[in-house]
Design a protein around this ligand. Structure first.
Ligand SMILES: Nc1ncnc2c1ncn2[C@@H]1O[C@H](COP(=O)(O)OP(=O)(O)OP(=O)(O)O)[C@@H](O)[C@H]1O
Ligand SMILES: [Mg+2]
Length: 260
């Protein structure tokens, strides 16, 4: 569905190149996590997919066509901060993506309410974002992302600002949404446990500047349960991933403690 082929990129303002010859592909309806150290260029990958930045060399393909030739790449992007409009109610925030289309107000309202129900927040339709907890705001933001109808979701560290328990709850909730309606999900995180729990495959951005991206299939059946993270297969995989990310100075026992 999406392919990066030998993509190199540098921001004009920066002296150093950010990626060199980056290649990877993502199949339709795959749930893939991208992990990489802070500042390695994870968010930039989403900017490139959305055409917000131009490539120095290489090519991005979307359903077999060069991205530059695709008029409108239909995807939904959810940034790390929820970006809800504080003066709009939950319902009106979720309706937003439909306001640009010629859809009647009643129909917009109906669809937004239906989505709020899906995310368990129908009762909160008429309150302002400040009255919601962080986890609820993320769910509203996610509902708004789904409202676009896009079948590819680009999620940029959507849970990183949340407390630990809320994050675990939303991870389970996201997996549930994915199983109910499979779509292509690209989930950026720097949390290796989160990547291993959520995704079927993990892409690791290695080096600084990034020289390559490796792909690892996560073993075990999907969806996973929390206890899977303690199984030797995943503990070993986690060690490998941390090594690739440059945490090789940690001792093995520290790595295992961290997972527990
Ligand atoms: N618009 C920009 N102009 C110039 N440099 C930028 C721009 N956006 C990002 N950068 C730089 O490019 C590098 C990669 O940024 P990016 O936001 O893609 O990293 P990231 O992997 O998403 O980081 P984080 O994990 O902290 O979110 C950083 O060094 C950043 O300072
Ligand atoms: Mg980022």
């Amino acid at each position: 569905m999406l392919e990066f082929r030998d993509v190199s990129f540098k921001y004009k303002e920066d002296d150093e190149i950010l990626f060199k010859n980056l290649s990877f592909f993502i199949e339709q309806n795959e749930f893939v996590a991208i992990v990489g150290a802070s500042g390695c260029g994870k968010s930039t990958i989403f900017r490139l997919i959305n055409g917000l930045e131009g490539l120095q060399s290489g090519e991005i393909f979307w359903r077999g066509r060069k991205l530059a030739e695709v008029d409108h790449l239909f995807n939904a992007f959810m940034p790390q901060n929820d970006l809800l409009l504080p003066w709009r109610t939950t319902l009106k925030n979720v309706e937003m993506p439909l306001e640009l289309e010629s859809i009647s107000k009643a129909e917009r309202r109906r669809r937004a309410l239906e989505l709020l129900e899906t995310v368990g927040l129908a009762e909160w339709a008429n309150v302002l974002p400040r009255e919601l907890s962080g986890g609820m705001r993320q769910r509203v933001s996610f509902a708004r992302t789904l409202m676009t109808g896009a079948d590819m979701l680009l999620l940029d560290e959507p849970f990183s600002a949340l407390d630990y328990l809320t994050r675990l709850q939303l991870q389970d909730w996201l997996v549930e949404q994915y199983l109910i309606q499979p779509r292509t999900i690209i989930f950026v995180t720097h949390d290796v446990d989160e990547a291993l729990y959520l995704a079927k495959r993990v892409l690791i951005m290695e080096g600084r500047p990034v020289q390559g991206i490796s792909s690892v299939d996560v073993p075990l059946t999907y969806p996973r349960i929390r206890a899977d993270l303690l199984k030797p297969e995943l503990v070993n995989l986690k060690k490998q991933l941390l090594n690739k990310l440059g945490s090789s100075t940690r001792s093995e026992s520290e790595v295992v403690n961290h997972i527990v």
